[in-house]
Design a protein around this ligand. Sequence first.
Ligand code: ADP
Length: 479
Amino acid sequence: MTIRNLHPFREQAFVGGIWTAAPETVPVTDPATGEVIAQVPHLGADETRTAIDAAAKAQAEWRHRPAGERADLLLRWHGLMLEHQEALAAILTAEQGKPLAEARGEVLYAASFVRWFAEEARRIEGEVIPAPRSNQRILVWSEPVGVVAAITPWNFPAAMVTRKVAPALAAGCAIIVKPAPETPLTALALAALAEEAGLPAGLLSVVTGEATAIGGAFMASDVVRKLSFTGSTGVGRKLYEQSAPTLKRLSLELGGNAPFLVFDDADVDAAVEGALLGKYRNAGQTCVCVNRFLVQDGIHDAFVERLRQRVEGLVVGRGTEAGVTIGPLINARAVEKVEQHIADAVARGGRLLAGGARQEGLFFPPTLIADVPRDALVASEETFGPLAAVIRFETEEEAIRMANDTEFGLAAYAYTRDIGRAMRVAGALEYGMVGLNEAAISTEVAPFGGIKASGMGREGSRHGITDYLELKYVMMGGL
Ligand code: ADP
């Protein structure tokens, strides 16, 4: 395995094609040990404006490159990501904490967006519309939106970057990424690989540092025509507001509060497998992670007991240790949130069946609470941690009502073997994504995104590139 330019960690930001240091730095810590593993530059509005100017220059040329050339470049980047899978996974686990096996999986998932959008680049097609008069022709084609800003979260340090960068570049845009302060190293490593792939300077920048200063420069700029943000609903709302003066296009992938419905007729083993994956992946720190298990009376006890047995088999530890399935949480705030939801559910009568108390450092054991009342905090707020809360229900209508009783609308899951019920429930759930007898819903080939307070826009699939394109309609007369 060659790790050429990825190790030691990149401690410079990538601004307009130039690796840039700064006198002031921000520490990056390993959540498994609390150790500072690197320092990245503390940059602000000035460097962001430099990146925006460079992006505008680079994009003016890039947009006219033949689609096949843009695709080939993305495919070279994809190849390098695969070649460096192990090194990228090591960086990812070091700064984010997830088990190495999950980190390797995330690198493949991240690379899959690069390949997908390389393929899509060559299929950005237009239309000819029958015109109202015989001497007219109407053409419709797509053009890149221009310079794009991306603000990404810490829970998928690789995939959230490529899910935005790949469609932007494929569409003919330039893009500036502000990675999460917790996980800038993966984003910088990806930029190093893009540079090695031959990406022209300025098309991709990664600016580390002060979130509000970098975000502020993005939002104030007339040149930045679009923002793609993944993160909390609170910050998403602020950015929505800040985008008003320049009327930017927005893609917002925000919080969720995923319900997981298990009906009496479900395959209980399949439901338990789905529950484990849907709840405890990345220690519960994904926006599509199950927040509430809604389980019908008749299957309730069997489901809870089997889930309890499987939860006991999960292994908490450092992501670099073999066999570990649950790494540390990202920070102390995350641990406190889980504790708060557990204390609240138990105080309201919930039965604690596994886990429940924090361990050393940022480690938290997988926790299971049954008989959680419907007014518990966990029923309405996103936990973002390894707490499975089970709420009992009797009828399908009741389950749907509870499932939809949230401001969020990202992902929902339902387990049933009745095909009529499956279709009814999928239709009634007010969510952007529904897993029917399936908890692994994230794939580059399908449109990922939410409704209501979970945001707007779709990432992945052929729809994911349209967020980076504007339609132009041309009426030709006097023919
Ligand atoms: P979390 O609470 O999970 O960290 P956030 O929504 O706070 O989620 O963070 C997601 C991303 O948004 C991160 O890159 C973070 O630095 C960035 N961010 C947070 N606040 C702002 C802001 N006011 N302006 C721009 N970016 C921000």
